[in-house]
Design a protein around this ligand. Structure first.
Ligand SMILES: Cc1cc2nc3c(=O)[nH]c(=O)nc-3n(C[C@H](O)[C@H](O)[C@H](O)COP(=O)(O)OP(=O)(O)OC[C@H]3O[C@@H](n4cnc5c(N)ncnc54)[C@H](O)[C@@H]3O)c2cc1C
Length: 427
């Protein structure tokens, strides 16, 4: 018998601690973050909570123990992320984005690069450091992997002596402001090393420390949800970094590095979706059990309300175990089993939007009002799940479509958690 969904004692302890942290540290600031006057103020409203997160060991939890980190498995991280996201989405997403920024180094860096780039984050007890994954060009993100050199990523890096020189415009570069709005401590920049070659030959990821010349934070976007997740526009103008800041090699490996980083977040976004749905369900359930709305019995006594709550709860449970399996497969294969993480991202994100809306339908009109119920915030937060981290249309479904077109595709790969044959040769 190898299937076992029972959490270990250590995982139950982690779940409890994350729950305590969420209630004690995130709950008091969640509303302040959401109602801040603009995107920058919303981000700053989460600063002390992020510091507390660093002190509690969360910010280095996903860094391998070999480099001083907590060595959390993806599954451990997902268990904690569900608890945190249930209370607030912004501060945990800041952490997730820093983790995304470091993933190319963690998954594909050399020993020397890991020592150089990960150690400072492990030693950062105050949460002063932020990493950022600079993937999305201002002109688009979905077609980053185009084989046509006239399309695809337009941020370019050229080799000059023993340096890379990078120029381009990125946006939604989460954490790219740092806490001081002058830039963060580390960017992993997705670029091309040859304007005459498509992604297959030239896509690359280069580490850029934040203190080099030529980086400008141009603007901070305000958004309808996830308001404390800072998503600036960042210009890289002739930014010079040492040649050995290149992770892996440009081309096929560069593509693999980009999709590997996105698989890490894909699986984890499943747990953010579950946390958000849980918060909505708990509110709707409590409302249904306690409110009569001028009737004679609590709402839950009406069959339509009870059946709807049953449908909502089933979807939440299904998403949680899909997420756990995706994380487990990711852990076992070093991120190479990508099909299930991608499906998890699409399925849980779209389920989260419809589920939070169904919770609003249970509660009725009060759910549409800022001061009467928390559901309008949860709805605004949930709406980004299908759109970001590689939109479900332009990126995620296209990834699945590509897999289904591969000659060696086997429909039981995801169930077995196997690495597909076309992935084995690339890493
Ligand atoms: C809160 C938040 C945090 C984010 N964090 C980051 C981050 O840390 N780093 C980062 O780089 N980005 C980040 N992003 C951006 C995010 O990852 C985007 O989802 C991603 O860049 C792709 O955007 P898109 O899918 O809308 O692509 P776009 O290129 O803008 O495409 C727009 C739409 O066109 C259609 N489309 C385009 N091409 C195709 C195609 N070939 N086939 C089918 N349909 C197509 C799709 O409908 C797609 O949704 C963040 C965004 C938000 C809101």
């Amino acid at each position: 018998m190898t299937i076992d969904f029972t959490l270990s004692d250590a995982q139950q302890e982690l779940q409890k601690n994350a729950q305590g942290f969420a209630e004690g540290v995130l709950r008091p600031v969640a509303e302040q973050i959401d109602r801040a006057p603009d995107g920058w103020e919303a981000f700053l409203a989460g600063r002390e909570a992020y510091r507390a997160m660093a002190k509690a060991g969360f910010t280095a939890s996903f860094i391998p123990t070999e480099y001083g980190g907590g060595g959390f498995s993806m599954l451990d991280f997902a268990i904690a992320a569900e608890e945190l996201s249930r209370v607030d989405i912004s501060v945990p997403t800041t952490l997730l984005a820093s983790g995304l920024g470091l993933q190319p180094v963690i998954q594909h860096g050399t020993h020397e690069q890991k020592e150089r780039f990960l150690r400072p984050f492990v030693e950062d007890a105050e949460g002063d450091l932020l990493a950022s994954y600079a993937f999305t060009d201002v002109a688009g993100g979905a077609n980053f992997d185009s084989t046509d050199p006239s399309a695809g990523i337009q941020t370019m890096a050229y080799h000059d002596g023993d340096e890379w020189v990078i120029t381009g415009e990125k946006h939604y570069t989460t954490n790219g402001t740092g806490w001081g709005r002058k830039g963060c401590q580390l960017y992993t920049v997705v670029c091309r090393t040859d304007p005459a070659a498509g992604a297959d030959e030239s896509l690359a990821v280069i580490v850029v420390p934040g203190d080099v010349r030529g980086i400008t934070v141009v603007d901070v976007y305000d958004k309808i949800g996830n308001r404390g997740v800072v998503t600036p526009r960042v210009h890289f103008d002739g930014v010079r970094v040492p040649a050995d800041n290149l992770i892996g090699q440009p081309g096929e490996q560069g593509k693999r590095i980009v999709s590997g980083a996105f698989s890490w977040t894909a699986a984890l976004i499943g747990s953010a979706c579950v946390g958000t749905m849980r918060a909505a369900f708990e509110y709707a359930l409590d409302f249904a059990r306690t409110e009569k709305r001028l009737g004679t019995v609590p709402l839950i006594e009406h069959q339509n309300v009870g059946f709807m709550l049953a449908d909502i709860k089933m979807r939440i449970e299904a998403c949680r175990y899909l997420t756990w399996k995706a994380c487990h497969d990711f852990d076992r294969t070093g991120g190479l089993a990508e099909e299930l993480p991608i499906m998890t991202k699409i399925f849980c994100s779209e389920t989260a939007v419809s589920t939070v809306y169904d919770c609003m339908r249970v509660v009725g009109i009060a759910s549409y009002t800022r001061d009467l119920a928390p559901l309008e915030r949860l709805m605004r937060d949930a709406m980004v799940f299908p759109l970001y981290d590689g939109g479900n249309m332009g990126v995620r479904r296209r990834q699945l479509h590509d897999m289904f077109r591969q000659p060696g595709y086997d429909s039981m790969l995801a169930a077995r958690g196997d690495v597909p044959p076309w992935q084995r040769s690339v890493r």
